[in-house]
Design a binder for this molecule. Structure first.
Ligand code: CO
Ligand code: CO
Length: 324
């Protein structure tokens, strides 16, 4: 049984104040409050992706906040979730992880309210995050419209490069760049997206660019067409993918979307792996009306984010995704 099947067996209890829940593969859940605003809530934690405990904490925080940003929300509070071995690892490591995390929360203007730690063989760390959102301006997977332009706000290849770190096949410069990309908040990208005619968005995380684009295509009933040569990635990811130093999850993502995806001859095998690569704390994939695409792109760049126009949304065709 796979995870989606487990979730399918959880009973649904309809509640008029639940505006977004777990049925739609959206980034976070949304609950309407009495004063016209809504709460947006999410939780994420994972095993270390880098050796530096402080950087790991910062990445875990940026990643947990990202699901709130991806829906157009503003995170306000967080609770930490930590799994830590009872012996064998110095407790100072946990202190460093938590310091890295709280500094990132501080940068985002998010208050840490508390947390919970359990003994576990393997270190895991992350946050449950609560934010506020305007119920009239929730950016979900479902709103992409034919004619929209797709903009990506961080380069791909993070999962492949962090695999390279694990196998000591990555240069220190590439490892530092990966940490920089993963620690960057999606806050500025979210603010820019809300200032324009954005119809749908998601953050690019465990399902890679194509897996998350597939969720948008399915939820919106459209086809997404990517121009492979326009998709930015960390240059070190390509030779690593060529040498097959990469996360095993790439194959799982491909299995999930294979039947629904047409990949053209211009897409080499390493590039295809990069498009499927699971990202930790990846960027936003924004579906914006064509009229607003260039103003959103320049707004993103002026706020210090990346803005790559990588594809378009079309009426639904035989394939949900076309990569050419
Ligand atoms: Co997400
Ligand atoms: Co998530």
């Amino acid at each position: 049984m796979c995870l989606a099947q487990v979730l399918g067996q959880i009973p649904r209890y309809p509640n008029p104040d639940v505006l977004v829940a777990f049925e739609t593969s959206d980034d976070a859940g949304v609950y309407r409050l009495e004063d016209g605003r809504a709460l947006v809530q999410t939780v994420d934690f994972f095993t270390p992706v880098v050796d530096d405990p402080r950087a790991y904490g910062a990445i875990a925080a940026a990643n947990s906040l990202s699901d709130v940003y991806a829906m157009g929300g503003r995170p306000i509070t967080a609770m930490s979730i930590a799994c830590f071995p009872e012996k064998g690892v110095d407790l100072d490591v946990l202190t460093q992880i938590m310091r890295g995390g709280v500094d990132k929360l501080q940068e985002a203007g998010v208050a840490l309210l508390g947390g919970h730690t359990v003994a576990d063989k393997e270190i895991k760390f992350g946050y449950a995050v609560t934010g506020l959102i305007n119920p009239a301006r929730i950016v979900t997977n479902a709103g992409a419209r034919p004619g929209d332009v797709l903009i990506l706000t961080k380069p791909l290849g993070i999962g492949i490069v962090t695999s390279g770190i694990k196998f000591q096949k990555t240069s220190p410069e590439a490892a530092a760049r990966a940490i920089e990309i993963m620690s960057a908040l999606n806050r500025t990208a979210a603010e820019a997206m809300l200032a324009h005619q954005t119809n749908a968005a998601t953050d690019v995380t465990g399902n890679g660019l194509l897996g998350h684009a597939f969720e948008i295509a399915q939820a919106s009933g459209v086809t997404i067409r990517f121009q492979g040569e326009r998709i930015p990635y960390m240059p070190e990811a390509y030779p690593l993918a060529e040498a097959r130093v990469m996360p095993g999850a790439i194959g799982k993502v491909w299995k999930m979307i294979e039947q629904h995806t047409s990949v053209g001859p211009a897409i080499t095998e390493p590039l295809k792996s990069i498009l499927l690569d699971p990202q930790t704390s990846g960027g936003l994939l924004i579906s914006v009306s064509a009229r607003d695409a260039s103003s959103l792109a320049s707004d993103l760049i002026s706020r210090g984010a990346m803005a790559a126009e990588i594809g378009v949304v079309e009426e639904r065709q035989a394939y949900a995704l076309v990569v050419e």
